[in-house]
Design a protein around this ligand. Structure first.
Ligand code: ADP
Length: 404
């Protein structure tokens, strides 16, 4: 049995989960987050079960202070000494072309992760703060990096190359990378367990960020996010696919800077742009039902974009066995799922209305006679990171035993 701490470090937050891993089995011993790091009103929280949540308001100037407080909180119950933590798994943003799987962190990995992080438009470095903090606070513990882009390294050139001068790829590394990989991989593995085969899956990770991935035999074949997470599906505040000339046109004709246009496309677009300010689908569904025309149009645009991706990926895969919905919207919005399934009726998809309203568990929401299965699978990126970390820890233990 091993205790694995999983950290997801953002620019002002650190989300964490402490897992007890034992072979295929796992248990979450504690989870929580440090919030508003470097901003006034910061705090650390921890839950050991559904009903109990500890919150401590404490000034957190940086990620080291935040993670120190997280460890202190863990010491108040789930662990007696920090030495009980066998390894730390970090969620990382961008692995560039360097990493197609999780790796044990060393200086070389850090250099490459730093370089790849620079490809991200926002907060490329935030993921690294968590590593720096653990290196300082727990210098002996093994650390593992799991990259959001790794799963998509299986894409072939035909899927990842953009039709711009080749030197942009060769010299400047501009290509499609794709993100949400840990989530797509997790739900594809869960789907394979549910169905008993790997097959051809289209996985729709629809949360604040959103991406769609074509998966064959457990491998990513194509994905909607691109060089950055801005591409592809419409998201909470990101625009998704637009004509590449639009930003240039806005800069030229509206006298805006690159930073202003970046902010517009990253933070004021997507659901937010189309509804004049709503980013949460719960509010948009409410507005839709009240007859708000902007909300109705935004839902139509979203469903239209999703249908287009599903259709395109069916063609890429040469068919589809299952469509998977996951993340905040995918897991919770029976409303969006129903609209998508209705549009896909021509494929022989038959929605099971009752199953479509179940929440919180992996569910097949189509009838047994449906030609294509539609599955709702709650994602669990933290567990995937814990499993990868455990596997890397475990490998090493075996190697060391063999050597002795
Ligand atoms: P993030 O990408 O920020 O991690 P999540 O995967 O948690 O986001 O998804 C958050 C989004 O999920 C919310 O902004 C909201 O639009 C949507 N969502 C969450 N719960 C519901 C619900 N019950 N009904 C509809 N949408 C929901």
């Amino acid at each position: 049995m091993k205790k694995i701490l999983v950290l997801n470090s953002g620019s002002t937050t650190v989300k964490y989960q402490l897992f007890l891993m034992d072979g295929q089995k796992h248990q979450v011993l504690a989870k929580g987050m440090a919030e508003r790091i470097g901003i006034s009103g910061s705090s650390v929280s921890m839950s050991v079960d559904e009903n109990e949540k500890l919150v401590k308001e404490v000034e957190l100037h940086n990620h080291i202070e935040a993670i120190k407080e997280v460890l202190n909180m863990l010491l108040s119950g789930p662990i007696k000494s920090v030495e009980e933590i066998d390894a730390v798994g970090h969620r990382m943003g961008h692995g560039g072309e360097y990493f197609d799987k999780s790796v044990v962190i060393d200086e070389d990995v850090l250099d490459k992760a730093r370089e790849a992080g620079d490809l991200l438009p926002l907060h490329g470095a935030a993921f690294l703060y968590g590593i720096d903090a653990i290196t300082e606070l727990l210098p002996k513990v093994k650390q593992v990096a799991t990259f959001d882009s790794s799963f998509h390294q299986s894409m072939k050139k035909e899927a990842f190359l953009y039709a711009i001068p080749l030197e942009q790829y060769e010299k400047h590394k501009i290509r499609r990378y794709g993100f949400h990989g840990t989530s797509h991989k997790y739900v594809a593995e869960e789907a394979a367990k549910m169905l008993g085969y790997k097959g051809k899956f289209i996985s729709c990770h629809l949360g604040g960020g959103a991406s769609v991935t074509a998966i064959e035999d457990g491998k990513s074949v194509d994905t909607s996010m691109g060089f950055t997470p801005m591409a592809g599906m419409i998201m909470g505040t990101r625009c998704g696919d637009i004509d590449p000339y639009i930003p240039l046109h806005i800069m030229k004709t509206q006298n805006k800077t690159a930073d202003e246009v970046n902010a517009m496309l990253n933070k004021e677009s997507g659901w937010c742009g189309l509804t004049r300010g709503y980013t949460d689908l719960r509010d948009i569904e409410e507005q839709y039902l009240e007859g708000n025309q902007d909300a109705i149009t935004a839902v139509d645009v979203y469903v239209h974009a999703l249908i287009k991706y599903i259709g395109a990926y069916m063609a890429v895969l040469g068919g589809v066995d299952a469509i998977i919905f996951t993340a905040g919207i995918g897991e919770n919005s029976s409303f969006i799922r129903k609209k998508v399934c209705e549009r896909l009726k021509f494929l022989g998809i038959e929605l099971n209305e009752e199953a479509n309203h179940l929440r919180g568990q992996a569910t097949e929401i189509t009838t047994p006679s449906s030609k294509v299965k539609v599955l709702v699978i709650p994602t669990n990126e933290e567990l995937m990171i814990a499993e990868d970390t455990y596997a890397l820890l475990h490998d090493n233990v075996v190697l060391m035993e063999k050597a002795s």
